[in-house]
Ligand binder design. Structure first.
Ligand code: EPZ
Length: 419
């Protein structure tokens, strides 16, 4: 298993090119199952989760032609696709549950493995199943699989999500595109990645309209051929902005619309970063002194994203006083804390709240990755730590960050990947 060797502390300076968003690519790739005609998707990130999703589509019968740089996929579905999404593929990437809605909407049946939990929580899919059932899907759970079918086309309905869920919102929007009649989804997640999904579907003739957290979809018979470019990854951009703030860096983050990380940038300004924005770039300079912020809370968009919580915790370890972070989205997303404590961090956890003493001097150590975002937090800590750190099991990182060591090397980080 690969690991990273990082020799800290590092000064970071230079330009970073942000890759396409993993969390916009996954629902958009799943939604290509609705199409009879070829679909071209540009700006895909070259990360493991995208390979997994492409392999899943291939296992269902899609023909996928990848460009040389693997950032463009042309997807051609067969007339009769398979509708079985195996556990072997779904277990490696929970986002595979997003094929359930399109398969039932298009082929009126599907045998899709339950994704199971992961390190950050139980990750149930009850909101997905309840919503799809309201659209006419019938299902039973057997041997860890969802055996689903519908009696012909799904039928439009009004659905109010009991809790805001990114995946359940995406599955329902995708399925409603081919349903008969109108669907109204209330209390939707409104992450930018979901807007990217609905822009993609509308570019192919879907009829989707938003007002606040309500999404209205008028079903159509079929979708047209289309070509679409995935939006930039706001979590990757946020991660590099935290890195600049943490390491007194001076970075230019390119090809991202700063509006989609406005909340994060406002928080980093409060912490002391100097930030200038342009239409598609961010100039960020880290402060000499990092201000501590009390009671940072992760929230659904447009709040502080849970996918940035671990990275912000590293920042607060180096702040000039006490701070706290409350994780409100997942029930167990503090795996990075034990690893940060091995680097010298002073953090106490009470339920879903972390209390952080600041002014930590990280000392390089041997570290273990756990989930995707916790792993990148360890990289950030190693960048400012005194001495050598090695970070094991970086396959977690490869799931969601495209060639991160190359991007980090380019801005001055002394990092090496060893097999
Ligand atoms: C998406 O996960 C993202 N994944 C996650 O990013 C992200 O952290 C999360 O949204 C929140 O923003 C992808 O987009 C592929 P949810 P998702 O449904 O859709 C509970 C990363 O690092 N819930 O909004 O699974 C759930 O347990 C990943 O890129 C139910 O109870 O998140 C959680 O506590 C990690 N029942 C909360 O809702 C359901 O049916 C929010 O989950 C669905 C969710």
């Amino acid at each position: 298993m690969d690991k990273f060797l990082i020799n800290g502390p590092c000064k970071i300076k230079g330009k970073v090119l942000i890759s396409g968003s993993k969390n916009a690519s996954l629902p958009i790739l799943a939604a290509t199952l609705l199409f009879d005609k070829p679909v071209i998707i540009n700006n895909l990130p070259r990360v493991r989760d995208i390979n997994t999703m492409l392999n899943l589509l291939k296992s269902l019968g899609s023909k996928i032609i990848l460009s040389k740089d693997k950032k463009t996929a042309k997807i051609i579905n067969k007339r009769n696709m398979k509708t079985y999404a195996s556990y072997s593929l779904v277990k490696t990437m929970r986002g595979s549950i997003l094929v359930l809605g399109p398969l039932v909407a298009k082929y009126y049946k599907s045998k899709t493995s339950l994704p199971g939990g992961c390190l950050i929580g139980a990750r149930p899919v009850n909101f997905h199943l309840t919503a799809l059932k309201k659209l006419g899907m019938r299902y039973k759970i057997k041997d860890g699989y969802i055996l689903a079918k519908s009696n012909g086309k799904l039928k439009g309905s009004t659905i109010k999500f009991p809790k805001i869920s990114v995946g359940a919102t995406e599955n329902s929007i995708i399925a409603s595109c081919l349903a008969k009649g109108k669907t109204i989804l209330k209390n939707c997640a409104i992450e930018p990645e979901i807007k990217d999904l609905t822009n993609f579907l509308n570019s192919a003739g879907a009829k989707i309209k938003w007002s606040g957290r309500t999404c209205k979809i008028i079903g159509v018979n079929s979708l047209n051929q289309t070509e679409y470019s995935i939006m930039a990854d706001r979590i990757e951009a946020g991660t590099f902005c935290v890195a600049a703030t943490l390491a007194r860096g001076n970075l230019q983050i390119n090809n991202l619309n700063p509006k989609i990380i406005r909340t994060e940038l406002n928080l980093l300004k409060k912490i002391g970063a100097k930030i200038k924005i342009d239409t598609d770039k961010i100039l960020i300079k880290g402060p000499d002194k990092i201000k501590s912020i009390n009671n940072i809370k992760t929230k659904e968009f447009p709040g502080i994203p849970t996918d940035l919580q671990a990275q912000l915790m590293v920042l607060m370890c180096r702040a000039d006083g006490k701070s706290s972070i409350t994780e409100r989205i997942f029930e167990n997303r503090f795996m990075h804390v034990a690893e940060l404590q091995r680097l010298g961090a002073k953090i106490n956890i009470k339920n879903n709240k972390a209390y952080i003493d600041g002014n930590t001097k990280f000392i390089g150590a041997e570290l273990m990755s756990s989930d995707l975002r916790a792993s990148v937090a360890l990289v950030l800590a190693a960048i400012v730590a005194d001495g050598k750190s090695s970070i094991n099991r970086i396959y977690h990182l490869d799931r969601g960050y495209e060639k991160i060591e190359e991007k980090l090397k380019k801005i001055g980080v002394k990092i090496k990947r060893v097999k």
